[in-house]
Design a protein around this ligand. Sequence first.
Ligand SMILES: Cc1ncc(COP(=O)(O)O)c(C=O)c1O
Length: 341
Amino acid sequence: MKNIDWKSLVFGYVKTDYNIRCYYKNGSWGQLEVSSSEMVSIHMAATGLHYGQEAFEGLKAYRGKDGKVRLFRWEENWKRMNRSADGILMQPVPKEIFEAACMKVIELNSEFIPPYGTGGSLYLRPLLFGSGPKVGVSPADEYLFMVFVSPVGPYFKEGFKPVKMQIVRDFDRAAPMGTGHIKVGGNYAASLKAGERAHKEGFSASIFADSKTKQYIDEAGPANFFGIKDGKYITPDSGSILPSITNMSLREIAEDLGLVVERRHVAIAEIPGFEEAGACGTAAIISPIGMIQDRESGEEFILSKNGEAGPWCTKLYNYLTGVQYGEVEDKFNWCTIVDNV
Ligand SMILES: Cc1ncc(COP(=O)(O)O)c(C=O)c1O
């Protein structure tokens, strides 16, 4: 076990011992390579640097109550990475390569997996980009797929406490028929200005309105949005948001707990009617939202009067994190036990 102050970990980069790489060249994928370098040497004309041929994933491995290490829904991340690859014409990564890279990188860095009870986890960051040179705009002939890891604590520094978010209409992170539904770097570049401004103005994230009509909620920075009202779990359906694996899981849990799940356009005008709201994603799992400001009108919608997370957000959070930490039965078969750790 490494000498790390586990309790004070944030969601950030910590150097670990190894990462895994696999190169696509001359029409096929090579062998997995183990590297102990944090650096990547790539061609200066790589399409990943010029034309945004780059996609990534994020998933977590958890040290459970029983000491076992569980990797959460890696197959869904693999599928999504290949949807991203398809969207920007990159080579898809074979399932065996994705799985072996994830398992190997956890095994090799097992001393960095935060102990049970610290609230931490090992974050895996798979990355795929065009590494081959092109000067004209076209897809590369060579690709690098790699996975590195970092031990992380909770994403939102406030912890499981309601945060404030801000609706923005003067920035779009994705176009209606663009790349918002896949996890490509360009979407994140497009979201930076709004996100930084939101932070400066005292909010943890911006909530993007749909870029076509600006009437509906798209998503909440690097997380999906959900609201609770009249026994319903309501979450936006939009072609320009990332299909969150956490949200997919919470929808199943919500049904299991007796909520009715609605996936549909969610009007900004509906916000005052929500009893609770949250942002969900791998990093934060759930971040309860206590207040939403509409930046344009200046209106503020209060969703938590006492500064505490609401009962449904709490139940959903405890259920999902319970499955991830091996405290609650994994009846959906979401976790893969990692060997040799
Ligand atoms: C834009 C965006 N939306 C939503 C999510 C949440 O997705 P997931 O639950 O798969 O982590 C993420 C993070 O991956 C994201 O970057």
